[in-house]
Design a protein around this ligand. Structure first.
Ligand SMILES: C[C@H](O)[C@H](O)[C@H]1CNC2=NC(N)=NC(=O)C2=N1
Length: 77
């Protein structure tokens, strides 16, 4: 589940290995390009952490972040 802290949506995803984590990131990259809204994220081996906020609106959570979060959930296993 996504949590809200510091004016950001945050969720951590864990996969079986690095390859699965990176495949997920590739799918998210496609979505982000399509929505023209991009995550702040880190990847360490099988873990991907994502923070969503809208920089253009002064780094707050907007509908764009909620839509991206929902789309990311559809490709997370
Ligand atoms: C010019 C371009 O449309 C903007 O910079 C977009 C790109 N992706 C973005 N992504 C995020 N997370 N926040 C933004 O404000 C944002 N703005």
């Amino acid at each position: 589940m996504w949590s809200e802290t510091d004016n950001k949506l945050y969720r951590a995803f864990t996969f079986s290995d690095f390859k699965e984590a990176f495949a997920f990131m590739t799918r998210v990259a496609d979505i982000a390009s399509r929505l023209n809204h991009h995550p702040t994220w880190t990847n360490t081996y099988n873990k991907v952490e994502i923070w969503l906020s809208t920089h253009d609106a002064g780094d707050i959570i907007t509908i764009k972040d909620r839509e991206l979060a929902k789309a990311i959930d559809t490709v997370a296993k």
